[in-house]
Design a protein around this ligand. Structure first.
Ligand code: GLC
Length: 650
């Protein structure tokens, strides 16, 4: 949009910058800057317009965008233009993601290159390598406490190694997602060190207080994120002689986005990684970006303005790059990270679907899809040009953030049901063979979360211990069933490293003094490549899981109805154990796939007549596109095997 005030300001800024700009080939940049500038100006003004230095700060921001564009390679600029043309490219069903810790998966970045064949064998083409940046040895929160945002952790390699990995990935047609931890830094970051030494400029980068007066006010309404390891939200820094806000661990200092200099620094860092060739930037802990006394300091309106501004800036310099929002919050809140009051995504294009993840585990425990059905209905339709990251396990815990009302509608009492789930997955329930570990117990509220590897939570660990063949099969079926959901649901499936070969819990973290109090490490194992090789031995557990996933991924990639365009319809089928939905191709809506999942350990019957009334299964037989089998619909009921699933197509 053209608007006089902002554009005349932009003219002035560009004239000032012109002296330094030697490059002439800035046509694309200027077009995008012109197109986005009013939005950038307005958002920046909303956030920082009251400051005397507003103009200087805006100047600094435009300079950052310009210099980052100048540094962007021709190859990446070409990719930007190609992606602008094919702007829905990432909604295609052909993308399948995988998240890993570089060190635990492959030792270092060079080692990772040598394992790409394994990922490609499975069908992976989007790789999320969790934080690889420089961080202190012990107090690192798995890399989420960054000491230097522009330096690779020397244990994993250097920038050249990353460049070489990226080149390799590009040749293989694989995307790379990298983290930018936007909410906080390590307490050993240069900014924190300078703040500690008393430099006001850098104390203003954080939330720093002389005494407890303001911190106490914040504490009235702020929850605790790591209540066991890091109770409270403020830490006393002895050397600085002040309190600093530390919402996560006490060594992770929250950045102060009320300071525009912080915003500009972080945009510069995002663009630095975009220019290194990251296709996707995962923005960590975005719900926490804005702190306000009297609130829980999550999902504040300003946090969204900051993300919109980051997106607008990134679109000017590196429009081909996508953002993932890591916001593990309620469905009505998470949907806003695509952008409020918009048609197209205008904040992050991708968001973690933590709701689906938690609901899937609930269905595993109860063997029913009742809460799953209710919970999914509560996820509002996503915007266009936005998609979910669907996952079963990730490097974090499983939080039980279901809607209390839904829990009641499903026939349970919320508190008791959450206790049941924690007990179920931590092996404290007689009907359960799961072997998880409790995480984040909050003694004040009674809340708890769950850690554990997919296989151990699905009962494989205890089944193997007991050499119980039936139980082994049950756990394999559970693992495959859960993947059938994330591969068919709509969105980018994100497979967690180790899960494709049934990796069990790893309790070696208990021997590490920096890890032993953080039970999430139980599911962050060092990959045992000898075990992974067993995937090639027919009949092995690894082979059964890997084979099933590989096949599902290959089938998914061929089915355009599995692309993500709000083309899913949930179907009520009257049997509480079944979760049924249809996916249709938006171009040819008659091309449908009916997905049926049975969460029960017994065979369950699907009433075909009921579905026929709704216009489905009008044939005498259909094909299960996963197995290739033809399925007869001659009877009134279709039997769905225990923990089985169908992907049915006419
Ligand atoms: C995100 C990460 C988590 C980390 C936290 C604090 O939630 O996924 O692992 O502990 O941010 O950085």
């Amino acid at each position: 949009m053209y608007e006089q005030v902002s554009h005349s300001l932009l003219n002035d800024i560009l004239i000032e910058l012109e002296h330094d700009i030697k490059e002439e080939n800035l046509q694309h940049f200027y077009i995008r800057l012109g197109a986005n500038f009013y939005a950038i100006y307005s958002l920046f003004h909303q956030l920082y317009g009251h400051r005397d230095d507003f103009r200087q700060q805006l100047h600094a921001l435009v300079k950052t965008l310009t210099y980052s564009y100048i540094a962007r390679s021709q190859q990446l600029r070409k990719l930007d233009v190609a992606r602008e043309k094919d702007h829905n490219w990432f909604l295609s069903q052909k993308w399948v993601g995988y998240a890993l810790y570089c060190k635990e998966f492959a030792g270092d970045l060079n080692g990772l290159q040598k394992k790409l064949y394994y990922l490609q064998d499975l069908g992976i083409n989007m790789l999320h390598v969790m934080p690889i940046l420089d961080c202190p040895k012990g107090k690192s929160d798995g890399g989420y406490a960054v000491r230097d945002f522009r330096k690779i952790n020397p244990d994993m390699g250097n920038l050249e190694d990353l460049d070489s990995l990226i080149k390799n990935l590009k040749k293989r047609g694989m995307l790379l997602a990298l983290d930018v931890v936007v909410n906080h830094t390590s307490n050993e970051h240069e900014w924190a060190e300078k703040a500690r030494k008393g430099e006001q400029k850098y104390q203003d980068y954080y939330h720093v207080f002389d005494d407890r007066e303001i911190p106490d006010m914040y504490e009235e309404t702020m929850p605790e994120i790591f209540p066991e390891n890091s109770p409270g939200n403020f830490t006393w820094d002895e050397e600085m002689g002040k309190w600093v806000m530390t919402v996560f661990n006490d060594f992770q200092w929250d950045l102060n986005y009320r300071n525009p200099a912080v915003f500009i620094e972080m945009v510069d860092i995002i663009l630095f990684w975009a220019n290194h060739g990251a296709d996707i930037i995962r923005l960590d802990a975005v719900a926490f970006l804005w702190k306000k006394i009297g609130s829980n300091c999550q999902n504040e309106r300003e946090a969204h303005l900051i993300l919109q501004l980051m997106k607008d800036c990134c679109q000017v310099t590196a429009p081909g790059v996508l953002f993932i929002a890591e916001a593990i919050v309620a469905p009505v809140e998470v949907i806003k990270y695509f952008g409020e009051d918009a048609i197209n995504a205008k904040e992050c294009e991708i968001a973690y679907n933590a709701t689906l993840m938690a609901l899937l585990w609930e269905a595993v425990a109860t063997k029913r899809a009742t809460l799953l059905n209710l919970g999914i209905k509560n996820i509002p339709d996503k915007l266009e040009r936005a998609t979910w990251l669907n996952y079963i396990r990730c490097h974090d815990d499983i939080g039980l953030g279901f809607d209390d009302n839904d829990i009641r509608l499903a026939g349970y009492e919320p508190k008791l049901h959450r206790n049941f789930l924690v007990d179920y997955f931590t092996g404290n329930h007689q009907l359960s063979s799961a072997k998880g570990v409790v995480f984040g117990i909050n003694k004040k509220t009674g809340d708890a979360r769950i850690a554990g590897s997919l296989a151990s939570l699905a009962g494989l660990e205890s089944a193997l211990e007991n050499s119980d063949m039936d139980a082994i099969q049950t756990s394999i079926k559970t693992i495959v069933l859960l993947h059938s959901m994330i591969l068919a649901f709509g969105g980018i499936p994100l497979i967690y490293y180790g899960d494709a070969v049934g990796t069990l819990n790893d309790i070696s973290y208990l021997d590490d003094e920096h890890k032993k109090t953080d039970s999430r490490w139980v599911h962050r194992p060092r990959v045992n490549w000898e075990q992974a090789e067993l995937r090639n031995i027919p009949g092995s557990v690894e082979n059964q899981i890997f084979g099933a996933l590989k096949k599902m991924i290959a089938v998914r990639k061929e089915i355009t109805a599995f692309a993500d365009h709000n083309n899913r319809e949930l179907l009520e089928v009257g049997n509480p154990h079944l979760f049924v939905f249809s996916r249709f191709d938006t171009i040819n809506i008659n091309s449908r796939v009916l997905v049926i999942c049975n969460f029960d350990v017994n065979t369950q019957a699907l009433d075909i007549e009921e579905l026929r009334k709704k216009g489905f299964l009008q044939y005498t037989s259909v094909q299960d596109i996963y197995t290739g089998d033809s399925i007869s619909l001659a009877n009134q009921h279709l039997d769905i095997p225990a923990l089985g699933f169908y992907w049915l197509r006419a």
